[in-house]
Ligand binder design. Structure first.
Ligand code: SF4
Ligand code: SF4
Length: 389
């Protein structure tokens, strides 16, 4: 690459933004990468708005070259000013938002934590207001889910809202309606659910659903978008995990999330699908890629995650809709401010656990009580869940 011309105008690439989270960050939504910045780096990048030349911005040359090579910054021979809205967000930061835009669904999966599908939808204006507020709060990634999000009666309008949204946009789908929706889909990533090979997947999701989900996953890749796969471990797919891993890798998924079931929603009617913590851990060890359920800084899971449900309830995640933080019309920030993060020090057994930093206390919903260890993660780290007085 030839040396950049110091008289050319420098600005952040369209897929890159600055965020004031717990620390200042540069976020590349295309790669879903967060780069921590020092104050000096932040001040210099704040000047990269297309109105100053590289010389005037005064970026450290090596740093500027790396950013240009990585496509994080762009140069133009003429000024190309861009706006920069950068305000401090809440603490803890809200980085990930699951938007259950509808509770309609075209399947009736045996493990669905929402239970029966319902004709309940978030209105388009409400979705627009939530997305605006989430962006202003410093959000990074919005996950459109359901139900089946493509069943939303105004999906076309919602998809149009996503076009100019400078966040990573992820669609969580069962894949059945996807092939038609892919053209013009304003999402960076599509996550398809695959709950086993044919027998295991269809045990939960019904006859004929497997081939269609696999075809949808292939179509996502062919469309040039990123593909991720989500799998629920259950008693009828345990024997298929090796074959499923081969398929997921062959499909080219950038991320494979494998989760252990929580006996909620419709799964409560199918206890025969439950697995032991040890079985779950063995299956989950095949997962790869990032996650957004995590905690950090000594706090338990979901530290930077919220869910807005189709009926407007805002909750800390989809499992806590019966204990909402509030309603979307009150404002996302208002609801988020009510969230009480759980310290690992308050969780019996976790407070003295030597794996606590790596484990983070597991899933608070899957744990037998909010202040009890998560047996699946205890099995993963070889810890005995401790009983405390
Ligand atoms: S391994 Fe078990 S006890 Fe240790 S932090 Fe994780 S959930 Fe808590
Ligand atoms: S309770 Fe479980 S599902 Fe909810 S954020 Fe925590 S890990 Fe995720």
């Amino acid at each position: 690459m030839s040396a950049p011309n110091p008289e050319h105008y420098l600005r952040l690439a369209p897929h890159v933004c600055l965020r004031l989270l717990e620390e200042p960050f540069l976020y590349d939504r295309r790669a879903d990468e967060l780069y921590e910045l020092n104050q000096e780096g932040l001040e210099a990048l704040k000047k990269c708005r297309g109105h100053l030349t590289m010389e005037q911005v005064g970026l450290e040359p090596e740093f500027a070259s790396v950013c240009l090579e990585e496509g994080l910054l762009e140069l133009s021979p003429t000024p190309w000013p861009m706006p920069l809205a950068l305000g401090p967000g809440p603490s803890p930061s809200l980085r990930y938002l699951e938007l259950q835009i509808t509770w309609r669904c075209n399947l009736a999966c045996a493990h669905c934590y929402l239970g029966a599908a319902q004709k309940v939808d978030l209105g388009v204006k409400r979705v627009a207001a939530i997305l605006r507020e989430f962006e202003a709060m410093g959000g990074l990634r919005v996950m459109l889910s359901g139900g089946e999000p493509l069943m939303h009666p105004q999906w076309t309008e919602i998809n149009a809202l996503l076009a100019a949204l400078p966040l990573r946009r992820v669609l969580l789908s069962n894949g059945l309606l996807l092939e038609r929706a892919l053209e013009g889909l304003n999402c960076d990533e599509v996550q398809i659910s695959l709950d086993g090979l044919e027998a295991g997947h269809e045990r939960l999701r019904g006859k004929g659903s497997f081939a269609r989900a696999v075809a949808a996953a292939k179509a996502v890749k062919d469309s040039g978008r990123e593909l991720s796969i989500a799998t629920m471990v259950h008693a009828a797919n345990l024997d298929q995990m090796a074959g499923l891993e081969e398929l997921v890798r062959e499909l080219g998924a950038g991320e494979w999330g494998i989760d252990a079931p929580c006996l909620s929603g419709r799964l409560g009617e199918h206890p025969e699908l439950a697995v032991t913590p040890e079985q779950a851990v063995e299956a989950m060890s095949r997962a790869y890629g990032g996650a957004f359920h995590g905690g950090g800084d000594g706090m338990a899971c979901g530290l930077h995650l919220a869910t807005v449900a189709a009926d407007g309830k805002v909750a800390q995640c989809g499992f806590y809709l019966d204990q909402p933080l509030g309603m979307a019309e009150e404002g996302l920030w208002t609801c988020w401010a009510r969230r009480k993060a759980i310290s690992l020090k308050d969780i019996n057994g976790c407070r003295d656990c030597e794996a606590a930093d790596d484990c983070g206390g597991g899933c608070r919903f899957r744990a037998p009580g909010p202040l009890e260890p998560d047996p699946v993660m205890c099995a993963a780290f070889g810890m005995e869940p401790k009983e405390e007085a």
